[in-house]
Design a protein around this ligand. Structure first.
Ligand code: FAD
Length: 457
């Protein structure tokens, strides 16, 4: 069978873009097939809904914002390119509030920190000492300690719960599903991240423009056939005849793999299917409201709010000042799943009750515009990002990344990222997805360089 291209990359999110940039440096021919009518995947900036103000509906922070992160230098280049057009305002304030908008007692806050440190220490011990034992959920491991340490209702309990919920927000899943064996206490002093005010999706578009990558939009891959030992047939919904290639990089999200949206012929090996099943998948949604005026403090503010009901409800809120006048809620885990079942009007009602509770002194007007994401219902994502569910571990990520079909099908995406040499396991992020794509492309380059088959571009 004649070959059309050396390599097909499935998906034009960060991983697909990373793979394409690396292949662009070689003489191999390749094409990126993307199901959506846009690039960026789960890094998507909406520049239309909110009067031209760019709002990320997926990723919006560059995590590990340091010079060795490829997104760091792209961010710097974008800023230099746009000069004054690019707001780089890091003036951000984090405010912890009680459920009714009142300030927290700093003494009680301190007590809550001590309790959380004890709970985290208990988890660390479990993670270090229990190689032989079965994994358990974070919730199960801390439950009895929590009950002992957090006896009475009141502000102290609410603050402890909100500190715990902050970790759940980060993982986009509740403790009941997260692996205790994989627990690592986050050292807040080492966190270095950058809020991309012009939009993380915008940054990915800029990267694609810079590299002039061959991307075919609106092309849904439906089947990958590796039955022939030399070639791979890629079937899509938009082209009748299959695209024939030698290697493929599959970067579709873990959610799509769990839903088996692409048929593999022959079927994927059992170890790969197990890993797909085992790895956890979190859900984070963004509810974005724009108001005619700003009724909160002038700076860009992050509100962390305690609650009296389910832990973490409306915990994390980003307020963008005038002229944006925008409030963004980050909703995660079970609560995000629950709210996805509601209509926009029903969600708005809940959000407004919360807002009027937390700003009791202000006349909170109805919003002029609103947008609610539903990432678990998105047919090209089916969730937000991966995490360690009970019984998954670093080996699971390695299996997700491992090639199949005699090394001809390569796997990339945020759920596959690891770097054994530096012991980095930060899957779940845009930059890690990007790096995983580069890794897959380099592996293909090594394979095809040493074979005599490669087609020139
Ligand atoms: C609400 C939210 C907030 C987040 N916040 C952050 C953050 O602040 N910082 C951060 O670093 N990360 C964040 N993330 C995670 C980050 O967005 C992802 O880890 C990253 O974008 C994943 O990149 P990827 O290339 O692996 O997958 P994707 O970006 O999902 O790319 C995969 C691509 O494959 C396409 N595709 C799917 N099926 C097919 C098919 N059959 N045929 C062809 N194409 C297909 C999809 O349309 C998509 O474009 C967030 C995610 C969400 C949802």
């Amino acid at each position: 069978m004649g070959v059309n291209v050396d390599v097909v990359i499935v998906g034009a999110g960060a991983a697909g873009i990373g793979a394409a940039i690396e292949l662009n440096k070689t003489s191999l021919s390749f094409v990126v097939l993307e199901a959506r009518n846009r690039i960026g995947g789960r890094a998507y900036t909406d520049r239309e809904t909110f009067s031209s103000i760019p709002i990320d509906l997926g990723a919006s922070w560059i995590h590990e914002y340091e010079p060795n992160n490829p997104m760091y230098s792209y961010y710097q280049k974008y800023k230099a390119h746009k000069q004054n057009d690019c707001d780089d305002n890091d003036d951000e304030e984090i405010i912890n509030l009680d459920y009714d908008g009142q300030c927290l007692s700093s003494e009680t806050e301190q007590q809550a920190k001590v309790v959380c440190a004890q709970l985290f220490e208990h988890l660390e011990k479990f993670a270090c000492n229990n190689d032989e034992e079965e994994d358990q959920s974070v919730e199960d491991v801390i439950k009895s300690h929590y009950d002992q340490l957090v006896k009475s209702e009141g502000q102290r309990k609410r603050i402890i719960d909100s500190f715990l919920a902050t970790v759940e927000v980060y993982e986009a899943s509740n403790f009941a599903t997260l692996s205790a064996k994989q627990w690592e206490t986050i050292d807040e002093s080492t966190i270095c991240e950058k809020f991309v005010s012009f939009g993380y999706g915008t940054l990915l578009e800029y990267i694609v423009d810079q590299h002039k990558l061959p991307i075919r939009l609106n092309t849904l891959v439906t089947r990958i056939d590796t039955c022939d030992s030399d070639t791979i047939a890629i079937r899509t919904s938009s082209i009748c005849s299959p695209i024939i290639c030698r290697r493929v990089v599959v970067t579709i999200p873990l959610g799509c793999l769990k839903q088996e949206t692409i048929v593999f012929e022959p079927p994927l090996p059992e170890w790969k299917r197990q890993a797909i099943f085992q790895m956890g998948l979190g859900l984070m949604n963004r509810f974005v409201l724009q108001f005619s005026e700003q009724f909160w403090d002038a700076k860009k503010t992050i509100l962390l709010r305690t609650c009296t009901e389910q832990r973490g409800r409306f915990l994390y809120t980003v307020c963008l000042p005038s002229p944006a006048n925008i409030i963004i809620f980050l909703i995660t885990g079970i609560y995000a799943h629950e709210l996805e079942q509601l209509t926009d009007a029903e969600i708005l009602e809940q959000v407004m009750i919360f807002l009027r509770q937390i700003f009791p002194q202000s006349q909170v007007p109805d919003p002029i515009k609103s947008k609610f994401t539903r990432w678990s219902q998105d047919p090209f994502a089916f969730g937000a990002y991966s995490n360690y569910a009970v019984n998954s571990n670093e080996q699971t990520v390695k299996l997700l990344a491992r090639e199949t079909a005699d090394g001809r099908v390569h796997w990339a995406g945020e759920h596959t990222y690891f770097n054994s040499s530096t012991d980095e396991w930060m899957h779940g992020c845009v930059h890690s997805a990007f790096q995983s794509g580069r890794r897959a492309a380099l592996a293909i380059k090594d394979q095809l360089d040493s074979s005599s088959f490669s087609l020139s571009k």
